[in-house]
Write a protein that binds this ligand. Structure first.
Ligand SMILES: Cc1cc2nc3c(=O)[nH]c(=O)nc-3n(C[C@H](O)[C@H](O)[C@H](O)COP(=O)(O)OP(=O)(O)OC[C@H]3O[C@@H](n4cnc5c(N)ncnc54)[C@H](O)[C@@H]3O)c2cc1C
Ligand SMILES: NC(=O)c1ccc[n+]([C@@H]2O[C@H](COP(=O)([O-])OP(=O)(O)OC[C@H]3O[C@@H](n4cnc5c(N)ncnc54)[C@H](OP(=O)(O)O)[C@@H]3O)[C@@H](O)[C@H]2O)c1
Length: 466
């Protein structure tokens, strides 16, 4: 038998997860010279593109143009999309082994990290993950409710997701109306009584995780000020020494931008966003109605830890902040996948450069990972490209070495009918393009890029399926 991947014996690859890491992997396969390959991309949602659709903020429309690159990959005749098909419920690893030589998992990081403090489960305490998925119309989150009648809101964390949440809460309806934010979120935000948004960082301004353009935008809001307290902004000796020893342009630029927020405020602004530093929440406290009414925090000081990281330690000083709504935005977390070894402390599938390995470090032949489920929830869309390429190059190396599953059939029609038996409502890429076109058409008359369908039923209706 000829090598798998040759013209007479093409490789059949399954990709689980149609986010950036999935599409970049497909692209790499198709661009590899002399490799003959068929790629089937599965996603649990009828819509492809992962967090580009369900995570990227509605007012960051340009970033979503990356989907044009994904559409180009999908136009390859050897690409198929099996949308609305979930690994772990509709198909299992044993099923996939029957039809594919290799399986690449790019399921992302689906859930949030928790703070582990008393009161975290109180009503009006949410994860940013939920809020983001809600305003972006992820079908699993569309029915959530957030009490925007609260005037004081806290967001825990100083990453880009925290900034996204703060900005969406701070913007006026006019600023959001021309975006692809869901109608129900726009309506809820139009009624919002939010006045003060506190972003809480456990470390100092020099250790913020957000990037420069994102914090710059916080100074450009139509009817909201961004404010920093002078004493919390003052650079501590540890950070000052670290910056002097190894100057970092991005940190310096961010400090320069934030310096303009010190003491400043837009006269008469409807909302204020307060960047607070060196504070860790220790408890969420319930009010008379049982929901969050305030938050206890401890003041931290910074210290240099082993390995050179600047960490924080609690002091004796505590404060209480009256807030009626809390979003924790302290990072995402991968979810274990049936049949694959999982590193629970890191929230990733165990792997070495993308090759899945068991607890003893032995390679699990035929299984690979890419994107957030491989390396954890960090990095922008583009970061997933070299990450996916690294894994795919190893997959191709393994194909040549004969390290792959031995499927009983790689016949296209057999796979299609097997998947269809498991999920009769399966969505092809052409189906998705039809849904996409209907969303864009609905947006045209309202001067919006699209009006999103937020339930699987609505999407099936567009396709005239029950
Ligand atoms: C709120 C937020 C905003 C962001 N904004 C930006 C931004 O503005 N610019 C930027 O460059 N980066 C942004 N990022 C980062 C970027 O979105 C990620 O780097 C990227 O999406 C990770 O790609 P991925 O393919 O690993 O995961 P994902 O994009 O999460 O894709 C995973 C896919 O797997 C599917 N899936 C999960 N489980 C299963 C299963 N069991 N079976 C089948 N399918 C499954 C999911 O439905 C999803 O489609 C943002 C991230 C977040 C969280
Ligand atoms: N516009 C964009 O390009 C964009 C938008 C959104 C997301 N993204 C990317 O997506 C990735 C994920 O973003 P993210 O914001 O979820 O994660 P992140 O960048 O890792 O930020 C997490 C934040 O939470 C803080 N934190 C963690 N544990 C905490 C705890 N127990 N208590 C208090 N604070 C805690 C971190 O502080 P410490 O630093 O002290 O740990 C950090 O400020 C990032 O790479 C981000 O750049 C990009």
């Amino acid at each position: 038998m000829s090598t798998v991947g040759s013209e007479s014996n093409p490789a059949r690859i399954a990709i689980i997860g149609a986010g950036p890491a999935g599409f970049y992997a497909a692209e790499r396969f198709f661009r590899t010279a002399d490799l003959h390959v068929f790629v089937d991309v599965y996603d649990r949602l009828p819509t492809p593109h992962g967090l580009v659709r369900a995570g990227v903020a509605p007012d960051h429309e340009k970033i979503k143009n990356v989907t044009r690159v994904f559409d180009k990959t999908a136009s390859n005749p050897d690409f198929r999309f099996f949308g609305n098909v979930e690994y772990g419920s509709h198909v299992s690893l044993d099923d996939l082994k029957r039809f594919y030589h290799q399986v690449y998992f790019s399921t992302g990081a689906q859930v949030d990290r928790r703070l582990g403090i008393p009161g975290e489960n109180l009503p009006r305490s949410h994860s940013a993950t939920e809020f983001v998925a809600w305003y972006n119309g992820h079908p699993d989150y569309r029915d959530l409710e957030f009490d925007l009648s609260q005037e004081q809101v806290a967001i825990i964390g100083m990453g880009n997701v925290a900034v996204d949440v703060a900005r969406i809460l701070a913007k006026t309806v006019d600023e959001l109306a021309g975006t692809d934010i869901t109608d129900y979120a726009l309506e809820a935000l139009a009624e919002s009584k939010v006045k003060d948004i506190f972003m809480i960082g456990r470390r100092g301004p020099a250790q913020t995780a957000f990037t420069t353009p994102e914090i710059k935008e916080m100074g450009e809001l139509a009817d909201a000020s961004t404010v920093v307290l002078a004493d919390e902004f003052e650079l501590d000796p540890v950070s000052a020494a670290a910056l002097e020893e190894s100057p970092d342009r991005m940190t310096s630029k961010k400090l320069e931008i934030m310096a303009a927020f010190v003491g400043g405020s837009l006269p008469g602004a409807k909302r204020n966003c307060h960047l607070r530093f060196l504070l860790s929440p220790t408890e969420l406290i319930a009010g008379n109605d049982g929901g969050v009414s305030s938050m206890r925090l401890v003041r931290n000081r910074l210290e240099l830890q082993d390995g050179g990281r600047i960490g924080c330690t609690p002091t004796e000083t505590e404060i209480e902040l009256p807030v009626g709504l809390v979003f924790r935005s302290v990072g995402y977390r991968g979810v274990a996948l049936p049949g694959l070894p999982f590193n629970d402390s890191w929230g990733v599938v165990r792997n070495e450069f993308g090759r899945v390995v068991d607890d003893s470090g032995n390679t699990c032949v035929g299984c690979y990972v890419g994107g957030w489920i491989k390396r954890g929830p960090t990095g922008v869309i583009g970061t997933n490209k070299p990450d996916a390429f690294e894994t795919v190059d190893l997959m191709i190396e393994d194909l040549s070495a004969g390290k792959h599953f031995d499927p009983e059939s790689t016949d296209s029609e057999s796979i299609q009918s097997f998947v269809h038996d498991r999920q009769p409502h399966l969505i092809s890429y052409d189906d998705w393009l039809q849904i996409d076109a209907a969303e864009r058409t609905a947006g045209e008359s309202r001067d919006r890029p699209r009006v999103k369908f937020t339930s699987v039923e609505e999407m099936l209706e567009v396709l005239e399926r029950d």
